[in-house]
Design a protein around this ligand. Structure first.
Ligand SMILES: C[S@@+](CC[C@H](N)C(=O)[O-])C[C@H]1O[C@@H](n2cnc3c(N)ncnc32)[C@H](O)[C@@H]1O
Length: 267
């Protein structure tokens, strides 16, 4: 087993394998993600039989395995084949391979799949996305009951109630603590060139609401439980839908072009 763990590494998830060994015992975040799971699991139904779960950015499958152990049928996606190799192997070690379906996919590909899920598990991915609001919009169309969401954040827990409207001259308020704000990382954070964004707490909640999620509780720092809600569209619902369809390649123009260029459909 030790050789296989070595061959499949490096590991981001520290899995406690059935033989007592661990995949990443010296993890910089401690016993990760077991330490996160212990904060979240009291907020989940202890029996997830009959629930379907979508684990986005499943990595080595720690959460997929735990959710499957609770009885859920899990679909786990990741864009990185190295992590999916780890996850498939780990699911087998824990005897959960029949309950978890792994797919190599981008989060954006979910816009082109018909399935919806009782629970969407969306942890540790948002800040890696070039298009974070598009990611949230796509995911909002996938969940029936709840989402467990986590993101790296910028410091600051303050929240100010944004005004219903304001003059252009009032933009100084945007520099006040508690204004929803997301820092852009042009270069690197923690030596990872795919860390693009760090929203503050107010921004996380505002983006969630804007994309059709109601944050219901915050079991720990940077972790949000959410329920789907309808978006208060302020009369721009059609505009939002048109933008969503264009951004996900489903607009009329995209469809007519793929019709005229059948190669696109078969490439
Ligand atoms: C920081 S890890 C988080 C892993 C796990 N969800 C957790 O919370 O421990 C980010 C994971 O998301 C995956 N990922 C990043 N961008 C993605 C994308 N656009 N589509 C699908 N997966 C993505 C990475 O390959 C990686 O496994």
């Amino acid at each position: 087993m030790h050789d296989t763990v070595q061959q499949l590494g490096p590991w981001f998830h520290n899995l406690h394998l059935p033989d007592g060994s661990q995949t990443a015992p010296g993890h910089g975040l401690g016993d990760f993600p077991n330490n996160k799971w212990l904060q979240i699991e009291p907020h989940l139904p202890s029996d997830l039989s009959g629930w379907t779960v979508l684990d986005i950015g499943c990595n080595a499958g720690f959460y997929s395995v735990e959710l499957a152990r609770r009885g859920a049928e899990v679909t786990a996606i990741d864009h990185d084949p190295r992590y999916l190799r780890q996850a498939r192997w780990a699911a087998g070690q824990f005897g959960m391979e029949d309950r978890i379906q792994f797919r190599q996919m981008q989060i954006y590909d979910l816009a082109h799949t018909p399935e919806t899920y009782d629970l969407v598990w969306f942890m540790g991915v948002l800040y890696h996305l070039r298009y974070p609001m598009l990611g949230l919009d796509i995911v909002a169309r996938k969940a029936r009951r709840m989402m467990v969401f986590q993101t790296m954040t910028a410091p600051g827990d303050e929240v100010i109630e944004p005004p219903a409207d304001m003059d252009l001259g009032g933009r100084g308020r945007m520099n006040e603590p508690g204004w929803p704000a997301m820092a852009f990382i042009e270069r690197r954070l923690a030596n990872d060139p795919t860390n693009w964004w760090a929203p503050n707490h107010a921004c996380v909640e505002a983006m969630l609401r804007s994309c059709g999620w109601q944050p219901t509780s915050r079991p720990a720092h940077e972790i949000y439980l959410c329920e789907p809600k309808s978006i208060a569209d302020e009369g721009i619902g059609e505009l939002l839908e048109a933008e969503y369809l264009a951004a996900t390649g489903q607009s009329e123009i995209a469809s007519s072009n793929s019709h005229e260029n059948p190669r696109c459909a078969t490439d």
